[in-house]
Ligand binder design. Structure first.
Ligand SMILES: Cc1cc2nc3c(=O)[nH]c(=O)nc-3n(C[C@H](O)[C@H](O)[C@H](O)COP(=O)(O)OP(=O)(O)OC[C@H]3O[C@@H](n4cnc5c(N)ncnc54)[C@H](O)[C@@H]3O)c2cc1C
Length: 455
């Protein structure tokens, strides 16, 4: 039984509207989009940065665990408060403070939902490219803390590439500003980068200044069907070798497409799909569309269709963004991996996934950001088998092969709890020790998001 004697003092400090110990609130803050669940002792939902500072000072002095939480849509159990203590929800720090078109920056609080920022800047002819498929559900703070990727990373890069400055509340309550609002900045170490992707284990992101770019005036999406997924993967390499850098190159396999059709009318036909998005000036988009269609047909696409308006393109992306939900709607448990291979190994990866399926008699659904070599290889198993030995063995085989190809076991979701067992396999001793050194320097009492891959 946890010692909860600190809760009245915390409630007195921050107020009843900010601190909740209600069972439903604690339950709601116990999980994310993965399987793990653990109840916090209290949920704290501050509306100001100074309340976050007070909370951290309080918890640091008493060694109470604090697990930051954005929108709770992570895929690795990162915001699951396994050590109890406080779930620090940033959802009410959710204001877009300013969008400055002249400077091409936006300053935001961490709880802003990603697609809300994208829509707000779009109205001003500006573009915030990071686009995790969860953009309508996840928060900017969560995107920063996981360094989220998404389909458009191929051309535009990941969340890290758009963070000019971060406001961080350190574990003892001090507020530091890393970076700034200038588009270039070489003042000291790039400490903002240390917090990006740190999964809530080094500090609390309470504000961000983000880089914006001009909104491309035109876009088009080509959708090509292939007989098998490895052929779609081969077309990815052909497109890039031909000198094109599309905004997105997304692949989906047979299982994923069948689930998408069952879930939502209008999902594409076929057994293997490649979705190619190009954007830019109107004339260049038209020219590239023609050239890419020819490449796709040369790569033995069975059909190629085109969406040439913003609305038609968005309709296709809505279906693509729904792939995860469609797979979940099958009723099977989705062991969602987000491995990355060097792009030259993409065809090998799809062939390997087919073998994995046969060897372990599990369904494998692959889709994702093929242009980056970042594929969601989902093991689809009956819910009772989610933690069974066979599933674990299949994941082991997958990760070992990925590491043998010098890929990574996670390209965007992070480690959290889901990948924790494979952290030692994917890293060497010196790298793990360096992580511990950084963690100890910033969180000597080990209260920030404990129980994850640094213990
Ligand atoms: C349907 C679906 C599709 C997805 N598609 C993608 C995709 O294409 N690309 C991709 O990268 N991810 C994707 N994800 C995973 C997920 O959405 C991202 O990891 C996202 O960045 C999580 O944001 P969140 O606000 O939900 O964070 P949470 O789940 O609340 O937290 C994630 C981690 O960040 C930490 N954290 C959150 N906020 C802060 C803060 N302010 N300060 C410090 N630490 C903080 C938490 O402690 C935790 O470790 C998808 C998820 C779903 C459900």
């Amino acid at each position: 039984m946890n010692d909860l004697s600190w809760i009245p003092a915390l409630t007195k400090l921050l107020g009843k509207a900010t601190v909740s110990v209600a069972e439903d609130a604690r339950r709601e803050h116990g999980g994310d989009a993965w399987f793990a669940h653990a109840m916090p002792d209290a949920v704290v939902t501050p509306r100001t940065v100074s309340a976050v500072q007070k909370l951290m000072r309080f918890c640091h002095a008493r060694r109470i665990p604090v697990t930051p939480r954005g929108a709770g849509r992570g895929y690795v159990g990162g915001c699951v408060p396994v050590a109890g203590g406080v779930s620090l929800s940033l959802k009410k720090l959710n204001r877009i403070r300013a969008i400055n078109a002249a400077d091409s920056v936006a300053t935001v609080e961490p709880g802003v939902i990603t697609s809300d920022l994208q829509s707000a800047v779009k109205k001003l002819g500006l573009f915030y490219p990071p686009d995790p498929a969860s953009a309508r559900e996840s928060s900017i703070g969560g995107n920063l803390a996981t360094n989220a990727g998404g389909p458009r990373c191929l051309k535009y890069g990941v969340t890290r590439n758009y963070a000019l400055g971060l406001d961080i509340v350190l574990v003892d309550g001090r507020l530091v500003h890393c970076g700034g609002r200038a588009h270039k900045n070489k003042l000291g170490f790039n400490l903002a980068d240390l917090f990006i992707g740190s999964e809530g284990m080094l500090g609390v992101i309470v504000g961000a200044t983000l880089r914006l770019i001009p909104l491309p005036p035109a876009r088009a999406v080509l959708v090509a069907n292939f007989a098998r997924a490895p052929q779609a993967a081969a077309a990815v390499n052909a497109i890039i070798r031909a000198g094109f850098l599309p905004a997105a190159l997304e692949v989906a396999d047979q299982f994923t497409l069948a689930a998408a059709r069952a879930h939502r009318p209008g999902a594409p036909a076929g057994d293997a799909l490649l979705l190619v998005e190009i954007d830019g000036q109107k004339k260049s988009v038209a020219g590239e569309t023609r050239a890419l269609e020819k490449i796709l047909r040369d790569c033995r696409a069975l059909t190629v269709s085109k969406a040439l308006t913003d609305a038609a393109a968005e309709q296709l992306w809505n279906i693509r963004r729904d792939f995860s939900h469609a797979l979940k709607a099958t009723g099977l448990a989705k062991l969602n991996e987000d491995i990355v291979v060097p792009r030259g190994k993409l065809v090998d990866l799809f062939n390997f996934a087919e073998k994995l399926q046969k060897k372990f008699t599990v369904n494998v659904a692959c889709f994702g950001h093929a242009g980056d070599g970042n594929i969601h290889v989902n093991l689809m198993v009956p819910p009772a088998d989610a933690r069974a030995a066979n599933s674990r063995r299949a994941l082991n085989a997958l990760f070992k092969q990925i590491l043998a190809w010098r890929g990574s076991i996670t390209g965007e979701h992070g480690i959290g709890l889901a990948k924790k067992p494979w952290w030692p396999l994917a890293t060497d001793r010196d790298l793990r020790a360096l992580h511990q050194t950084v963690k100890r320097a910033l969180d000597p009492r080990g209260i920030l998001n404990p129980g994850k891959f640094l213990g």
